[in-house]
Design a protein around this ligand. Structure first.
Ligand SMILES: Cc1cc2nc3c(=O)[nH]c(=O)nc-3n(C[C@H](O)[C@H](O)[C@H](O)COP(=O)(O)O)c2cc1C
Length: 220
């Protein structure tokens, strides 16, 4: 109990959003309200960031031609991933890995250019810029769920191709294609779990006391 805690209903709402958030790939074709989108972007922009560098940049993909070229890039990478997966490639190809076909909004998230001058918190771990941008995306994901919207993070693309498609400055690096929009229903568990691709690891096996946790045998 803390003097600073939220009310019980508010606490429940936070945990509910965390538990009910899903990576969504099935959408209904309906526009996302401009006010909601503005709130979600503001939520993203409130994320923590290393050295307060705020490395995230967002591109709204409104043009249908651009969306279609983006889909082609994802499809290319999907094929390459299937090959890289070897025996599991066929099973992988049965999975839906994005909602670009129907989602109301597409956002590309990129790390800004000129990041090397940000040394605070990144001298030994330059990837902390990526970690910061992931925090922004997670804020958006949770806020979207609370607003009743689904979101999916698509990372299957060649970053250089996406950077070229949007004429990003040298050094900028796309990290996510976000599919955002209305859904018929949220998956009640991760789609990859429902499809038998993977299952949630036991938390007890992931937390060590004074040392490395005992490995979960299902981890590959
Ligand atoms: C960094 C990151 C990249 C991801 N890329 C993809 C992707 O390209 N395609 C996809 O279908 N899901 C992608 N996902 C979603 C994961 O598959 C999903 O989070 C995981 O299966 C757990 O499901 P849940 O988010 O519904 O809990 C990504 C998630 C993260 C965090």
């Amino acid at each position: 109990m803390s003097a600073h805690e939220f009310s019980p209903d508010e606490i429940d709402a936070v945990y509910r959003a965390i538990a009910a958030r899903r990576d969504m790939r099935h959408f209904i074709e309906r526009a996302v309200d401009a006010d909601v989108l503005a709130r979600l972007l503001a939520a993203a922009h409130r994320a923590p960031s290393v050295g307060y560098m705020q490395p995230w940049r967002f591109i709204r993909v409104v043009d249908r031609g651009l969306r279609s070229r983006l889909r082609d890039l994802v499809e290319n990478e999907r094929q390459r991933t299937a090959v890289a997966l070897g025996e599991a490639g066929n099973r992988f190809m049965q999975l839906k890995i994005d909602g670009l076909d129907r989602c109301g909004e597409v956002l590309v998230v990129a790390l800004t250019d000129g990041r090397s001058r940000h040394v605070f918190g990144r001298r030994t771990m330059p990837e902390m810029d990526l970690a910061s941008a992931a925090c922004a995306i997670q804020n958006m994901w949770l806020a979207a769920r609370a607003e009743g919207l689904g979101m999916g993070w698509v990372s299957m693309f060649e970053p250089a191709d996406v950077a070229a498609l949007f004429d990003m400055p040298d050094g900028a690096r796309p990290i996510a294609i976000l599919c955002l929009g209305h859904v018929d229903a949220f998956y009640d568990r991760p789609m990859l779990e429902a499809e038998g691709w993977a299952e949630r690891l036991d938390l007890e096996r992931l937390v060590g006391r004074d040392g490395w946790p005992v490995p979960d045998t299902r981890e590959t």
